[in-house]
Ligand binder design. Structure first.
Ligand code: G3I
Length: 383
């Protein structure tokens, strides 16, 4: 047990006790700490967390009710926004105040922290100054200096406090499968050159860290995800051909109930092609990580009880497929509480009710989705 924090040792003890019990006890255990259950299978669970002023009504460590959930369920944390360029480079200078506060909390409480993200590739997420930036007469050199400096600065500042980085997030354009075209890739001359520079610099500056390419291609059929998946596979092949140091494919896992169909039917049509994709990725030697799990309940019924069951069933089916891959060890939810979820704001339901894609409801009560995640961990093959 060397290397485990006190909190992890206590949690692991509780989990081992739970796992020696029968099925009902197992279900009860699944209603408690998710990281505890995950650890019994050699896996880990965590969540996104936000910065906030003390007591803020946000998904923040500074919100006591939210922090209590993180401390009960999670061993891993990832900043929802605070390491993005819009936060750390809102001007051309660096500003790490908000992310520092998250890292300080994580260190004090014994969480492991992921770095999301060293670069979010779509131009719409660049800070304004970067969109307008003049890269001068030697644009490739200037862009290289700027991005390498960013990676070095972040990696040096946080050292071993960050165990895994989303080095680049969402570089593939879903509608074409090609690499996105932005002011930065144009300055580099190609998207591949930009990506390679980022990963090589990260490996040199943070040799201890897992380096992840992260993207949102999802398993739902009949959407542009199919083109997206083909583009991501091509990118992964390119990394291997060029010797780019990418360890892991980050699968965001914002899964979506978008169709008026029973869960079993959606799963049946999704699973085969999705496994084909995962098989191809692991055959190239990539590990897998679920980086941003939640469930978009857009087409699920308004009735809360029925909706929660549908969300939980869909999640369980998806996680069962994912957990059948021993290359997957870490699972992070994109927030733990519905009322703080990005889903309500970014993709509201037609009936205007709050989305219910997180493990806890707005009153901080665990929902069937929480039990489903616990049950998926409890049933996962051990790593
Ligand atoms: O905090 C500011 C506040 O000061 C300001 O007054 C207000 C007015 O716009 O904005 C607040 O910031 C918002 C921030 O979320 C915090 O709530 C931003 O506008 C809003 O754009 C931002 O959205 C985030 C989004 O990424 C864009 O950065 C979501 O919280 C976050 O969940 C979402 O996360 C992404 C992942 O990084 C990548 N994968 C997809 C995922 C979901 O879109």
């Amino acid at each position: 047990m060397t290397g485990l924090t006190r909190r992890e040792m206590l949690a692991a003890g509780a989990a081992t006790a739970a796992m020696t019990m029968g099925g009902t006890a197992m279900a009860r255990a699944a209603a408690s700490g998710l990281d505890t259950i995950a650890k019994t299978r050699g896996m880990r669970f965590g969540s996104a967390v936000a910065f906030g002023a003390p007591g803020a009504d946000r998904g923040s460590f500074a919100n006591p009710a939210y922090a209590a959930i993180l401390e009960r369920d999670c061993g891993l944390l990832v900043p929802e926004n605070e390491l993005k360029w819009q936060w750390t480079r809102h001007t051309q200078d660096y500003d790490f105040r908000q992310f520092d506060a998250i890292v300080d909390y994580a260190s004090a409480k014994g969480f492991r922290t992921r770095g999301h993200t060293l670069f979010w590739a779509p131009q719409k997420w660049f800070p304004e100054w970067l969109v307008k930036h003049d890269f001068g007469p030697q644009p490739a050199k200037a862009a290289e200096t700027m991005l390498a400096d960013h990676v070095r600065t972040v990696c040096k500042r946080y050292g071993a406090k960050i165990y895994s980085y989303d080095v680049v997030n969402e570089a593939v354009e879903p509608s074409t499968g090609a690499l996105r075209d932005t002011v930065v890739t144009r300055a580099f001359g190609s998207g591949e050159a930009m990506l390679d520079l980022m990963f090589h610099t990260a490996r040199a500056e943070a040799p201890h860290a897992e380096l992840v390419y992260n993207d949102y291609m999802s398993w739902e059929r009949g959407t542009e995800d199919e083109t997206h998946i083909a583009g991501v596979l091509k990118l992964l092949e390119g990394f291997r051909k060029r010797g780019t140091p990418v360890d892991t494919l980050g699968i965001q896992s914002h899964i979506r109930l978008l169709k008026d169909k029973p869960v079993a039917e959606i799963v049946k049509e999704s699973e085969g092609p999705w496994r084909h994709f995962l098989d191809a990725a692991v055959a190239m030697g990539y590990k897998l990580v679920i980086t941003e799990f939640d469930v978009n309940d857009k087409k699920a019924p308004t009735d809360i009880a029925a909706r929660d069951i549908m969300v939980a069933d869909y999640a369980k089916a998806y996680l069962d497929v994912m957990f059948s891959y021993p290359q997957l060890k870490d699972v992070l939810a994109w927030g733990m509480v519905d009322k703080y979820s990005w889903l309500t704001g970014f993709d509201p339901r037609a009936d205007k009710t709050m989305t219910r894609g997180c493990p806890y409801d707005a009153e901080f009560k665990a929902k069937p989705l929480h039990a489903a995640i616990g049950a998926a961990f409890a049933g996962a093959p051990a790593r």
